[in-house]
Design a protein around this ligand. Structure first.
Ligand SMILES: [Zn+2]
Length: 694
């Protein structure tokens, strides 16, 4: 039976999950024997990546065209990977030793540094109380420019989640465009919080002396929330090596990713594996691929959309303000990610503008500017809701080339300022990228503006309510069984108070990106005709469970079929699909497609059915080779394949229905209400906005 070892491992995990989920159950043992390693797993195709995801290992966000980095917590994880047929290179052979070395480097750097070149002068990673104290100190030091905010919900362990809001005349309820930056959704990603709070220092300390900072702080309102997940961050940050009950436990805590939901004991007495992944718990697209239903997975999505107070905090912040842009900071991978997080969801109409702004920011930090699904599909992330439902443009930054919290000097100082060895060395670094984002926020191309006249002191409000749908909800890690999507009611409501005779209110477009349409392209020629695949009935290859591992593939046989993909003007193919089929689901043929350099560009290696379909989107013209592998003939009676190569046209841009804001003006004793439809990039003059309709 195909991939039985994997299934067995997963079933084992499910059993452990239900046990650990019971109140009072003992915490799961931290890990099996063996060192914690970071390894680079070869995953030449998207199908490989998806298969790797299904193993529910601790995937990092780091990968390239051919591989993904995974943290292996001991020998059991390595065995699971090996049993599933993966091969890998070791990147960090002993993560505990690496972390200890980083902390030694941090101690040396701090000892040798009086004031670092960071805006705050900080020379070592902050602890949780440092963030709360510094936010309060900044608000006190700059009362006209900054004020502290506290989000609506306490964390599971009862902590307040704090932030700071920065603009000229910060207490006015004006209509400036709002930029939100966040850190530490994920506990162990310490540099994400450091970058976030440093930007607050940058804006406040340079106001009045640096012309650009002054102009941007005057024109925009920046909201900084350095630590979205304080419980998890605290556990990770406070982990100390030493004689622990389990030798491994200190690093286990330090490598915690999730929050502290269901901390049966205290969170710091659990393991890394308790809690919910806050960046899989947002309601938009919740429950789909790239998030786990398994309680003990590092990407556990939680029991329902927005089940976590830390996530509901951000939802309510965004829903009650006109947040027109956001950056959510993470580590690591040197990436700038933009919606969509799921390939099949399609690109938003704003794709050209989002890609261009991403490229502008990437020119500062040297990161790759790619769609969120670029590494693998994810669902329930911040922008899956904030962008598609609330409308503000959003990016995820994956800071740094390696390690969740590397040495401070490289992971924070160099990445923030653009110093060697960061990829942004000499280009301005993340600091310059954040300024670019604030510049875009101050501009009007990426959001909408309502203007008009109203008596000074009028309260203007915008209101919208709608249903947001989750993904079809995966019932297992394979997502082989799905339940229908859930839906929930979203309410967006925001206010400003006018001063002077006219107003200008920077808002999100009235139509949600989720319904506005999808970006595509028009075909310039018909798609190519179907190509039947020839399969010589006299030639049947032996069973081959090794392909495409490099060495055995030279010796174990398989069949091939070459085909040519045409381009314009002869044909315009939005995708091709190599399709094969056979009779008995007990048998298994696998399928790979190689380009003319021999690289695998598509593959399909499912089991338990009678078809394989390998697709490539926007295939370049050229010659391709389908490789058909006889993986398993259980019936011992050859069940040969037949197939064809199918082509489809590109999908043109689609435009959906427009939606309206309900606009209201309250002035004196009168209330005036009307529907307002405003597009992204549009400035709409409402005229005398508070005049009652005749
Ligand atoms: Zn993260």
């Amino acid at each position: 039976m195909r991939r039985l070892p994997v299934l067995t491992a997963l079933l084992g995990m499910v059993a452990a999950t239900s046990l650990a989920g019971l109140p009072g159950a003992a915490a799961a043992p931290a890990a099996s024997a063996g060192k914690t390693q970071v390894v680079d797993v070869r995953t030449p195709t998207r199908a490989d990546r998806e298969r790797l995801q299904q193993l529910d290992l601790d995937l990092t966000e780091h990968g390239d065209a051919d591989s993904l980095e995974v943290v292996l917590y001991g020998d059991a994880d390595a065995r699971r990977l090996r049993d599933a047929g993966f091969t890998w290179d070791v990147r960090i052979a002993d993560l505990a030793e690496r972390e200890a070395a980083n902390r030694r480097a941090d101690a040396l750097y701090a000892a040798a540094t009086a004031v670092s070149p960071l805006p705050s002068g900080r020379d070592s990673y902050r602890r949780l109380p440092d963030y709360d104290r510094e936010l309060a100190e900044l608000a006190a030091a700059y009362p006209a420019l900054a004020r502290g905010i506290t989000l609506n919900h306490r964390s599971w362990e009862g902590r307040l989640v704090r932030g700071i809001e920065i603009t000229k005349n910060v207490n006015a309820r004006d209509g400036k465009p709002i930029f939100l930056m966040m850190g530490a959704h994920h506990a162990r990603e310490w540099p994400s919080s450091e970058h976030t709070i440093e930007f607050a220092y940058d804006l406040l300390r340079n106001y009045g002396s640096d012309a650009r900072t002054t102009r941007l702080v005057d024109a925009t309102r920046t909201i900084i929330v350095p630590v979205v997940n304080p419980d998890g961050f605290n556990v990770s940050r406070e982990a100390r090596p030493g004689p622990a009950v389990q030798d491994f436990s200190a690093l286990d805590f330090e490598m915690k990713r999730k929050n502290c939901r269901d901390a049966v004991n205290r969170c710091d007495q659990q393991t890394r594996l308790s809690g919910v992944d806050p960046n899989r718990n947002y309601g938009g697209l919740w429950g789909g691929p790239g998030a786990s239903p398994n309680l003990l997975s590092d990407t556990y999505r939680g029991p329902g959309p927005f089940s976590e107070p830390e996530v509901e905090n951000i939802r309510e912040l965004v829903a009650s303000r006109q947040v027109v842009s956001l950056i959510t900071n993470h580590t690591y991978s040197n990436l700038i990610l933009r919606p969509p997080g799921v390939l099949d969801y399609g690109f938003p109409l704003e794709e050209p503008q989002l890609a261009a702004l991403g490229a502008q920011m990437a020119s500062r930090n040297g990161y790759a500017n790619i769609p969120g699904f670029g590494l693998y599909d994810t669902t329930g992330t911040t922008e899956d809701w904030s962008f598609w439902s609330a409308g503000g443009v959003g990016y995820t930054f994956e800071i740094g080339p390696s390690e969740f919290h590397p040495a401070y000097e490289t992971g924070v100082v160099a990445e923030y300022l653009g110093l060697a060895p960061a990829a942004g060395a000499g280009k301005g670094g993340n600091r310059a990228a954040f300024y670019d984002m604030l510049e875009a926020t101050a501009g009007t191309a990426l959001h909408s503006v309502l203007t008009g006249s109203a008596p000074s002191g009028s309260t203007l409000s915008l209101y919208k309510t709608f249903e947001t749908y989750t993904s079809p909800v995966c019932q297992d890690v394979f997502c082989s069984v799905v339940n229908p999507p859930l839906h929930f009611t979203d309410v967006l409501t925001s206010e400003m108070v006018t001063s002077g005779k006219t107003f200008s209110w920077h808002v999100n477009p009235s139509t949600r990106p989720a319904t506005a349409g999808r970006f595509g392209r028009d075909p310039v020629a018909p798609a190519q005709a179907t190509i039947p695949m020839f399969n010589d009935p006299t030639v049947v290859p032996e069973e081959n469970v090794y392909y495409p591992s490099p060495a055995p593939r030279l010796t174990v046989p398989y069949e091939t079929f070459d085909f040519t993909v045409n381009g314009p003007p002869a044909a315009d193919n939005g995708r091709f699909t190599v399709h094969i089929e056979w009779a008995d689901p007990a048998n298994d043929w696998d399928l790979y497609v190689l380009d003319d350099t021999g690289a695998i560009v598509a593959q399909s290696a499912a089991f338990g059915d009678t078809t394989e379909d390998a697709s490539l989107v926007d295939p370049p013209a050229g010659t391709y080779t389908a490789v058909i592998v006889n993986y398993d003939q259980v019936t011992r009676q050859l069940d040969d394949w037949s197939g064809e190569v199918r082509f489809a046209s590109p999908t043109p841009t689609t435009i959906g229905p427009k939606e309206a804001w309900t606009f209201e003006c309250r002035t004196g004793g009168t209330v005036v209400s009307r529907d307002v439809v405003v597009d992204r990039g549009q400035t709409l003059d409402l005229g005398n906005a508070c005049k009652p309709a005749k």
